[in-house]
Design a protein around this ligand. Structure first.
Ligand code: MG
Length: 143
C-alpha cells in the first residue's frame, strides 16, 4: 500500500506541530493548514491527499463550513472531525454532512490512527471503484 497522505487542519499551531511529529513517526505523510481556506487551497494543489483531519472550532471559516466545501469540491476525500466537549453537536452535524468519523480532543493517538487507517481504506476502495467504472466505459467504446 502506498503511503497515506493526510492533511491536518487546526488553528492551534503547537497542536498541529505535535500531532504532525507523532503521525510522521507512525508512517503518515502530513501536510498542515491553520485555516479552512488554507485547507481548501492545499486540497486543490495536492490531489494525493487521502484524508483530512479537521478541527471543528476555528475562527473565520469553521470546521463545518470547511467540511461542506471539501465534500462539495473534493467529494471522495474522507474527513475526520476533531471536537471538544463543547462542540460535540457540531461533530454530529458533520457526520450528517458526510464526515467519515469524529474524535474528541485531547486525541487518543491509537484511536486517531485506527480511524485514519479506516478512512484511508475507504478512500482507496472508492478510488478503485471509480477506476473500474472508467475501464468499463472504455471497453464499451471499443466494443
Ligand atoms: Mg480550534
Amino acid at each position: 500500500m502506498r503511503l497515506a497522505n493526510i492533511l491536518l487542519v487546526d488553528d492551534e499551531v503547537p497542536f498541529v506541530e505535535t500531532m504532525t511529529k507523532r503521525l510522521n513517526r507512525r508512517g503518515f505523510e502530513i501536510l498542515s493548514a491553520y485555516t479552512g481556506l488554507d485547507a481548501l487551497d492545499m486540497l486543490s494543489r495536492h490531489s494525493k491527499i487521502d484524508v483530512v483531519i479537521l478541527d471543528v472550532k476555528m475562527s473565520g471559516m469553521d470546521g463545518i463550513q470547511t467540511l461542506e466545501e471539501i465534500k462539495h469540491r473534493f467529494p471522495i476525500t474522507e474527513v475526520i472531525m476533531l471536537t471538544g466537549h463543547a462542540t460535540v453537536e457540531s461533530a454530529i452535524e458533520g457526520m450528517k454532512l458526510g464526515a467519515f468519523d469524529y474524535l474528541m480532543k485531547p486525541c487518543d493517538m491509537e484511536q486517531l490512527i485506527s480511524k485514519v487507517e479506516s478512512a484511508v481504506q475507504r478512500r482507496r476502495t472508492h478510488e478503485d471503484k471509480i477506476i473500474q467504472a472508467r475501464m468499463k466505459e472504455i471497453k464499451s467504446w471499443q466494443a
